[in-house]
Design a protein around this ligand. Structure first.
Ligand SMILES: Nc1nc2c(c(=O)[nH]1)N[C@H]1C(S)=C(S)[C@@H](COP(=O)(O)OP(=O)(O)OC[C@H]3O[C@@H](n4cnc5c(=O)[nH]c(N)nc54)[C@H](O)[C@@H]3O)O[C@H]1N2
Ligand SMILES: Nc1nc2c(c(=O)[nH]1)N[C@H]1C(S)=C(S)[C@@H](COP(=O)(O)OP(=O)(O)OC[C@H]3O[C@@H](n4cnc5c(=O)[nH]c(N)nc54)[C@H](O)[C@@H]3O)O[C@H]1N2
Ligand code: SF4
Ligand code: SF4
Ligand code: SF4
Ligand SMILES: [Mo]
Length: 898
């Protein structure tokens, strides 16, 4: 520590601290333009100039680069300093168009503010102002070089924080500007339109196009809330003018650190105000097949009477309900309460069934809890090695992807295990481009090598695990050579990866659907925990087994008990004590039999065992495997009700549609992938007869004879806390005060739990599951010779119900395609961009070929977002034996010229 004086105040600061930080720590603000917190100072704008007196000598220096030293005397606001800053501003303006009145950033420009503060109205420099061309190619933002002060904030943000590096400073003297490599249009670079550079720009040079819709002084409020797309759980403000969301500003949340991806910044509000929103209850007229507008009483009476009739005739288990993982915890809790208390069945589930149910089931078996073990910050900030298995975070969890890119820039090693050349594979030290469906063989091979090399952690194994001898016996067979053959990888690469992972001090496994969406998905997941248990990388910082959960609140939907065997907080339906506790809390007899999984409900409907279905915000006609079979199931039902925002493919099959409201129109909480419960806040109220989903559930419960008072979202959370030990300390009031809290949070003064399984596993001992490699259910043959994998792209979210209503996203990515290997394409005479027919045993579609080497020969890949050629007409509804998750990631297809 050193002592110095800043503006007469004595300040203590650590050696190496900048004067800027030291001043800030005692509340002295020094103006900056180019400076970005957490990055090395750029020092280019010179706005933070201060006077520093050292042993009698005084000089001017930039406070962002100058460091503290014993005895310095710093003056931050003398006339000399102010004059220097005036000169800086004068210089900057010499090259800057100053018709502020017509600038979109007017009123929200740091340069304008500083010029005002320092009394610089116009430049004293005479000379030519050049008119540089504006780049308008990106659908969301514009770059006007004539307003650019070359502070490099955008470039530094893109390179060092976003980790993308799409833009650069093009030094051309007085005409310098921000540019793109090879001078292509912005839209044609590797830019992912995240807009983080735009938010960083202190002037009007980089501005969102939507800024022309409003002026800062017209804004009524900014509402802090949570992104409704992926489970990263980014925090942002919805900017509201006249009851309309006009913009989004990133907030500094625990998981996003001020960053957003393109969907959070630009794809999260158009759908809210879309004219396609369903505004009134609709009842299908079975004579005409058309939906007709109904009153709420008509619709709710019909729903309750039909469900009661089915219950009376066929019993409670002929009814089922699916909860919406896109909606808040409070909504999911009420949905499962409705199914359990009013339907009288445990046939309740959520889209985790088709997503991470294998994680929930698998990690519960081996560790005792199916959630991510460590926080995002912890597994991206300090690890030495990241092992990324079947996860494409740059597209599916982009803000996590950005933090992984930062880790790699800092020198963290990266092992990518993925059948495709995902972008992160290019940054990887080792890419195991394995054959789809062979994760268990890969993991067993890794363990074989670790044991062979004697790198297993015997202390950890002896103290904290069971089942080691059995797994040791099994993996003996999985020699690198054998595994290399099964997985189509290089044995030496496998060996290197095993040693790199085992020897690292901090090394998290991060995985996603490439592991879970298989007929052996649960065993794939347990293979991930097997690897971590073997080297003792659990229960401590920078390690763990980390499933990146998918939907914004899929963690929450599971936590809230929208699962057929679990009450809220994973309390088991099959445990008589738990059942008795919920019977008391909810004041009714409950069904003691665990329910049927969502993926088994459709076959049950076809068989006639399930007659009535209530789907709250899911679109299985688009998203479940084997579309023909889903449609057949829906058509087999006696009565089918939906809560929806839009007339989705699935909603078309409903008898009644009840219009709910979106995340921007209600209060509540989402739980992100790191178990962090964060607030969702109401920003707007729209015209129409839409109602809170929780109020709709309450009315149906009452009409079906279960007395349920109307509760606010905060009151529902209090009820959740009262019946769920892991949520006991959570309330809206506390979240509003403290920000997000990671469960388990067992009392009002419990701080929450960032890292799980410290000292002891939730299950007691960690269990090595004896997993053997079993091939996928449907393998290529002569008739269908190619493997099809499916997944997602950056710009769209699942069915596009929400992102498809943002025109800019549709402009960037609006059509389906299939990735093929060039060898396969040439063999059947297909070129990049050709139309192709893709068929499987279940259906056929047409789409466009993307030919290259991203996938290996014999393999193809498609997104499932697009109605023109949806992959799910082809996929296989083969289910995993534990979690009943479908094998979306492997089926056999034939590709032909269309
Ligand atoms: N932009 C966008 N983001 C999303 C979503 C979205 O629709 N759009 N959806 C959200 C949801 S619901 C989820 S669950 C997550 C999913 O997020 P991810 O699981 O990351 O996404 P996917 O594209 O389904 O698959 C990930 C990777 O698995 C690889 N893979 C396929 N088969 C195998 C295999 O057998 N082994 C291995 N090791 N890898 C394999 C694929 O090549 C792919 O790169 O994303 C969430 N985020
Ligand atoms: N081929 C293939 N298929 C897949 C996958 C794959 O990798 N490959 N992945 C699977 C995965 S991981 C998942 S999670 C599923 C996702 O599948 P789904 O859950 O079916 O897809 P979403 O588009 O998220 O559907 C959510 C619906 O809820 C509505 N909604 C959103 N918020 C609210 C609300 O607050 N209230 C009401 N009433 N409605 C609301 C939206 O309008 C939307 O129609 O898809 C699966 N399908
Ligand atoms: S929008 Fe994002 S990716 Fe594109 S240039 Fe800006 S920071 Fe880079
Ligand atoms: S575009 Fe904005 S952030 Fe980038 S250098 Fe110019 S003024 Fe700075
Ligand atoms: S990373 Fe996920 S949560 Fe964050 S802004 Fe993007 S879609 Fe939203
Ligand atoms: Mo998902």
């Amino acid at each position: 520590m050193v002592r110095l004086t800043i503006d007469g105040k004595v300040v203590e600061a650590k050696k190496g601290t900048s004067i800027l930080h030291a001043a800030e720590s005692v509340g002295i603000k020094i103006p900056t333009l180019c400076y970005i917190k957490d990055l090395l100072p750029d020092g280019s704008c010179r706005m933070c100039m201060v006077e520093i007196e050292n042993r009698g000598r005084t000089k001017m220096e930039t406070a962002c680069t100058a460091q503290v030293a014993e005895g310095l005397v710093v003056t931050t606001n003398s006339e000399k300093v102010r004059n220097a800053r005036r000169n800086v501003l004068d210089m900057l303006l010499s090259n800057h168009k100053t018709d502020c009145f017509s600038c979109k950033a007017n009123g929200d420009c740091k340069l304008q503010d500083l010029c005002y503060e320092y009394g610089v109205a116009k430049t004293t420099y005479e000379g030519e102002q050049t008119d540089l061309p504006i780049d308008d190619s990106n659908p969301f933002f514009t770059y006007n070089p004539n307003l650019c002060i070359l502070c490099h904030r955008c470039v530094n943000t893109c390179h060092k924080i976003v980790g993308r590096g799409a833009i650069d400073t093009m030094e051309r003297g007085f005409d310098s500007a921000i540019g793109t490599p090879f001078h292509v249009d912005w839209i044609d670079t590797t830019c992912e339109s995240c807009g983080n550079c735009v938010q960083a720009c202190p002037t009007g040079a980089l501005t969102m196009k939507r800024r022309k819709e409003y002026r800062p002084y017209q804004v009524d409020k900014k509402v802090l809330t949570t992104c409704p797309h992926c489970a990263t759980g980014c925090q942002y403000y919805l900017v509201v003018k006249d009851n309309k969301i006009v913009d989004v500003e990133a907030a500094n949340g625990a998981s996003n650190k001020g960053l957003l991806c393109v969907k959070g910044r630009s794809g999260c509000f158009d759908f809210v105000h879309s004219p396609d929103r369903i505004k009134y209850p609709l009842i299908k007229n079975h004579e005409t097949g058309e939906f007709e507008r109904a009153t709420w009483d008509e619709a709710l009476d019909l729903v309750a009477s039909k469900f009661l009739e089915i219950k009376r005739k066929y019993g409670s288990d002929a009814l089922a309900g699916f909860a919406c993982s896109r909606s808040p915890n409070e909504d999911c809790y009420m949905m499962q309460k409705l199914v359990r208390c009013a339907f009288g069945t445990n046939n309740v589930d959520n889209c985790a069934r088709v997503c991470h149910s294998a994680s929930v089931a698998g990690l519960a078996m081996t560790l005792g809890s199916g959630a991510m073990t460590n926080p995002i910050e912890d597994i991206t900030k300090n690890p030495d090695v990241i092992m990324l298995v079947g996860s494409n975070p740059e597209e599916a969890h982009p803000v996590v992807g950005m933090q992984i890119r930062q880790a790699v820039q800092r020198g963290c090693k990266l092992i990518v295990v993925d059948p495709r050349d995902i972008d992160l594979a290019k940054k990887a030290d080792i890419h195991l481009k394995l054959r789809p469906g062979t994760n268990v063989a890969f993991a067993n091979g890794i363990m074989h090598i670790i044991i062979e090399e004697g790198l297993q952690d015997m202390d950890f194994i002896n103290e904290r695990t069971e089942g080691y001898e059995k797994i040791k016996e099994i993996v003996k067979d999985y020699t690198p050579e054998k595994v290399a053959k099964i997985c189509h990888i290089d044995a030496e690469d496998l060996r290197k990866a095993a040693i790199m992972y085992a020897k690292a001090d901090m090394a998290p496994i991060i995985y996603c659907l490439g592991v879970t969406e298989h007929s052996t998905g649960t065993e794939g997941v347990m293979s991930m925990s097997n690897m971590a248990l073997l080297v003792g990388k659990l229960g401590r910082p920078g390690c763990g087994v980390n499933p990146l959960r998918g939907q914004n609140n899929v963690q929450g939907a599971c936590d809230m008990g929208a699962l057929p065997g679990d009450f809220p907080g994973y309390q088991k339906v099959s445990n008589p004590e738990v059942l008795a506790k919920f019977e008391k809390a909810w004041g009714t007899k409950l069904n003691p039999n665990p329910g049927t999984h969502a993926t088994d409900i459709f076959p049950a409907a076809i068989r006639g065992d399930v007659k009535g279905l209530y789907i709250f915000g899911e679109d299985p006609v688009v998203t479940d495997p084997d579309t023909h079979h889903v449609i057949k199931a829906l058509e087999s039902l006696d009565f089918f009700v939906m809560n929806e925002l839009f007339m989705t493919e699935t909603a078309q099959y409903a008898d009644v549609i009840l219009p709910g409201v979106s995340y921007a129109e209600k209060e509540g909480t989402f739980s992100n992938t790191e178990r962090r419960v964060q607030r969702v806040r109401k920003a707007v109220e729209l015209e129409g007869e839409m109602r809170l989903d929780t109020d709709i559930f309450t009315d149906i419960m009452n009409r079906m004879g279960y007395p349920q008072p109307h509760l606010t979202s905060a009151e529902i959370m209090d009820e959740i806390a009262s019946v769920t030990p892991s949520f006991a300390g959570i309330s809206h009031e506390r979240l509003d005060k403290e920000g997000g809290i990671q469960w388990p949070c067992t009392s009002k003064d419990h701080p929450g739990t960032p890292i799980m399984h410290v000292g002891k596993f939730t299950r007691g001992l960690g269990w090595f599951y004896p997993a053997e490699y079993v091939p996928s259910a449907e393998l290529p043959d002569d008739e269908y010779p190619t493997i099809l994998m499916t997944g997602r792209i950056l710009y769209h979210y699942t069915t596009r119900a929400m992102t498809g209503r943002t025109p800019g996203l549709m402009q960037i990515a609006g059509k389906s395609f299939i990735e093929m290997n060039i060898e396969d394409a040439e063999a059947i005479g297909i070129k990049d961009g050709d139309r192709v027919k893709v068929s499987s045993r279940r259906g056929e579609i047409e789409t466009t070929a993307r030919v290259g080497t991203k996938v290996s020969p014999g393999e193809t890949w498609m997104p499932f977002h697009f109605p023109d050629g949806n992959a799910n007409w082809l996929t296989n509804a083969a289910l995993d034996k534990y979690a009943r998750i479908p094998e979306y990631k492997v089926c056999a297809v034939k590709v032909e010229k269309a």
